[in-house]
Design a protein around this ligand. Sequence first.
Ligand code: ACO
Length: 377
Amino acid sequence: MSNTGLEGVVVAQTSLSAINGEKGELIYVGYDIDDLARNTTFEEVAYLLWNLRLPNRAELDELERRLAAEYNVGTEIIELLRALPKNSDSMAALRTAVSALALYDPEANDNSDAANRRKAIRLTAKMPTIVAAFDRIRKGQEPIAPRADLATAANFLYMLNGEEANETRIRTMDVALVLHAEHGMNASTFAARVTAGTLSDMYSAVVGALGALKGPLHGGANMRVMESLRTIQESGQEPSAWVHDALGRGERVMGFGHRVYKATDPRATVLRELADQIMQGGEETRWLDLSDKVREAMGTEMEKKGKKIYPNVDFFSASVYTTLGIEMDLFTPIFAISRITGWTAHLFEQYANNRLIRPKADYSGPRGLKVEPIETR
Ligand code: ACO
C-alpha cells in the first residue's frame, strides 16, 4: 500500500519541536510557542534550536555579536542581485543568491559539526541582507548596508526602508520570526534532510528547502492569502459571499487547513494578538478587519460541511506584514529568514546520525514490453 503524502510516517527522531495537532499546541525544545513568542527574541530561539537550551545573557550577547559580524554579503552577491531580471520571483532570487553564497564560502563542503554551526550563523545573518537588497535593487534603489548594532528584526526593517522602525514594528517582526523558526517534519525541512542524507553540503540542503518552501501549499501560501484579500476588496463582494463562492467552485481558501493541526494553529492566535497591538499603535486596520471577516466566513462554511479547517500561521502573517508596509512577495522570503534556524538545526541532527533517506514507489506501469525498432513504432 502506498501512502501518498507520507502522512503519519515517522522519518527521523528530533529534539527540536513537537506539534499536538488535535490540541493546537506547538513546543520548541520543551517550551510552548506562546511562552517563547511573549518572552524571547529571535536570537534566543536560534540559540535554543542550535543548542537545545536557552542562552544566558553572555551567550546571547556572543551569538548576537557573531551574527552581526556576518550580516554583510559581499559585493559579489550584491552584483549578482543587480544582474537578475527586475521582475524576478523573490524566492527564486533568494534561492539563487543562497546557492551562490556557497561558492564564496571556503567551508561550503566541510560537513563537520563545527563548520556546519559556523555556516548556520552565516546563513541566518546573510539571508535578511539578501532579501532587503533584492527588494531595493528591483525598485531602482541602492541596497542599504546592515547595521551591526541592530538585532535581526530591527536590522531587516532598517535595510528594507533605510530608517529605523519603531519599537512596535520591530517587536512584531521579531515575534513573527520566533513563530516561523521551526515546525517539525514540514515539507521544506524534509527536503533539507533528504539532501543532507546523501551527505551533500548544508548550502545544497538549504537551497532544496527554499525550493520546497516556495510552493503555494507551503510557504507560498502567505502571499496567496494577500492576493485573495486584495481580490475580495477589489471585487466589492461581501467576504462571506466570496468565501462561499470560492468553496462552491471547489477552490481552497489560502491560509486555512494544515496537515497536522486539526485545531487553530497556535501561531495564528499569537499573530492575531500581535495584529491588535499594531492597530493600537495607530496602523492601518483594513486588511486585519477583512481577515477577521474571512476567518468568520470560513468558520461558518466549514461548520456546515462538518470539516475541521482552521486558520494556519500564514493567514494572519499576510495582513500583519502588509500593515508593516512589506511587499506581498517578500512574505515567503521572510518565512525563510526565520526557518533557516530550524532547517540548520535539523541538519545538525541529520549529519550527526545520518542514514540515506530512500523510500520506495509502488510500480503501477506495464511489464513485459519488448523494444520495437524505431521505424516501426
Ligand atoms: N480550503 C478549503 N478546503 C480545504 C482547505 C482549504 N484551505 N484545506 C483543506 N481543505 C479540505 C480539502 O478540500 C479536503 O476536503 P475533502 O476531504 O472533502 O476532499 C480536506 O479539507 C482535507 O484536505 P487535504 O488536502 O487532504 O489535506 P492536506 O493535509 O493534504 O493539506 C494543506 C494540507 C496543503 C495545508 C491544505 O489544507 C491546503 O491546501 N491549504 C491551503 C494552503 C495553505 O494555507 N498552506 C499553508 C500551510 S501552513 C504552512 O506551510 C506554514
